[in-house]
Design a protein around this ligand. Structure first.
Ligand code: PLP
Length: 490
């Protein structure tokens, strides 16, 4: 954890006063940090002398404060990627002008129309969508729309030792296969009166640098083909997926995952609820399967990963993507979600009670004022340990002062409602009234899956800013990053 997240987490009285007033669960966001993250991405562009925007993928977090904070960032440098009509409306209302908005994902007619009407760039998912958009533009006499063509199924070598063997990059339900690019370009030319082709896009769901470098290089080839046809596109949009490092120490992560394997084999005490294996299983004493977990430790993530990708030799030409982009004067666009939300927030849950997990069990079950929908860590395979924020300082020599092994249960009447299926190790046994703080949850964890089952409260979200030595906060929906409004200042 880095500042300001680490210092916010250290301020127990402030966290307790917020949770007392606003209830549990409670989400806290640090909007200034997302602007700093965007600057770091832009720093990588500057280093490689590249032009183009960094678009925040809105889907990672629903809140207003993060989007509004980006609205006041350099308009030439930072935009927002929206993947639904709701996200588009929200982003416009936050003050982000349409020239800085990229509409991605599959779109319904209303979403397409509003994007076209306002002048957002439309990242086209399919040839059908191109036809629908062109029809809308003609029918409602809209201005010509800037479009990118989203491609998928790039050719990629299948890994070390088999270089030269062509395979297709992982399948995606989104975008059009590269081999159909010719037909797509024909369609873009046919609809020239309604759309202006400004580039190509992709989003690969992988951490593999080689696969991403290959896709970028093949995108350059497609743009060259466009130019040969007399079109004038300039943008290569490489999507998101730059990642976050949730665990600082590689050794810690390796030790955890190998101990998890041992627990599945039964050669050490359980590390998970009812021996859940996270994809691993014990087949007659042999460990099988594969860990379905987010790689919590990443040697490089976020901007550092972008830098590595831009410097990685491309498979066909051997030249790094940064050089290819620079030589062709193409703009680089990226759409980080998780990586831009890194260190931007935390989620608080009140401890409701603590009891033995079963009559024959030494484990403790900690019931929280929160459920698995409020903290969708499991959904994404992300393992974040909570930080214990005691209600009152622990008296010396209390009989529960030693380390505790606990499971975290949610507030639903459902056996499956565990915040995480892992056993969590805390410095001491929590007590009713304490808070558990889940750090770094702004990306996908805090509100992606939140629901109203059993009429349990959905978390309120507040924006927190630093002012001198103290914190200021306001409801997320009241945050505006300008001075003199009574809200937080930036
Ligand atoms: C989800 C998504 C992103 C953001 O992905 P992250 O892994 O959060 O960076 C960007 N672009 C598209 C098209 C997406 O679907």
């Amino acid at each position: 954890m880095e500042p300001p997240l680490s210092s916010l987490l250290a301020d127990a009285p402030f966290l307790h006063s917020l949770a007392d007033a606003l209830g549990s669960p409670l989400n806290l966001l640090l909007p200034d940090r997302i602007a700093e993250n965007a600057d770091r991405f832009r720093g990588v562009y500057r280093e490689h002398r590249l032009t183009g925007r960094v678009y925040f993928a809105h889907k990672a977090n629903r809140s207003a404060s993060l989007i509004r904070r980006l609205a006041v960032a350099d308009p030439a440098a930072v935009g927002v990627d929206v993947a639904s009509l709701g996200e588009l409306r929200h982003t416009l209302a936050c003050g982000v002008t349409p020239d800085r908005i990229m509409a991605t994902g599959p779109k319904d007619p209303e979403f397409l129309w509003l994007a076209a009407r306002t002048g957002a760039t439309v990242n086209l998912d399919s040839p059908t969508e191109l036809g629908q958009l062109a029809d809308l533009v003609r029918k409602y006499t809209l201005p010509r729309v800037d479009v990118l063509l989203r491609l998928s199924a790039f050719e990629t070598a299948t890994g070390p030792g088999v270089s030269g063997v062509k395979a297709l990059s992982r399948r995606s339900r989104f975008g059009s296969p590269l081999r159909e690019a010719g037909a797509l370009l024909d369609a873009a030319e046919r609809h020239r009166d309604a759309v202006r082709l400004t580039g190509v896009a992709h989003h690969l769901d992988t951490t593999g640098l080689a696969e991403k470098a290959a896709a970028l290089e093949q995108s350059v080839t497609v743009l060259d083909e466009c130019r040969a046809r007399g079109l004038d596109p300039r943008v290569i949009d490489i999507g998101g997926g730059f990642g976050v490092g949730y665990v600082a120490e590689a050794g810690q992560w390796e030790r955890y995952t190998s101990e998890l394997g041992n627990a599945v084999l039964g050669t050490r005490p359980a590390l998970t609820w009812r021996d859940h294996g996270y994809g691993l299983r014990n087949e007659g004493g042999t460990l099988r399967g594969a860990l379905a977990l987010y790689p919590a430790h990443r040697p490089t993530a976020g901007p550092g990963y972008l830098d590595e990708l831009l410097s990685h030799p491309s498979p066909a030409s051997g030249r790094p993507p940064a050089t290819l982009l620079l030589e062709h004067l193409y703009d680089l666009v990226c759409e980080p979600g998780r990586a831009l939300a890194d260190q931007c927030g935390l989620s608080l849950a009140r401890v409701i009670d603590v009891r033995r997990a079963g009559h024959d069990s030494e484990d403790l079950l900690v019931r929280l004022g929160m459920n698995a929908g409020d903290m969708s860590l499991e959904e994404h395979g992300v393992l974040v340990d909570p930080v214990l924020v005691p209600r009152t300082p622990l008296p010396e020599q209390a009989d529960d002062s030693g380390p505790a092994e606990v499971y975290l249960a949610g507030n639903l009447c459902l056996e499956a409602d565990l915040i995480t299926r892992r056993k969590v190790f805390l410095p001491r046994r929590p007590r009713a009234g304490d808070l558990l703080a889940f750090a770094n949850t702004a990306g996908y964890a805090m509100d992606f899956r939140a629901h109203r089952a059993q009429r349990q409260p959905v978390a309120r979200t507040v924006a927190v800013t630093r002012e001198g030595a103290s914190w200021r906060w306001c409801p997320d929906e009241d945050y505006w990053p300008i001075t003199g409004t009574g809200g937080p200042t930036s």
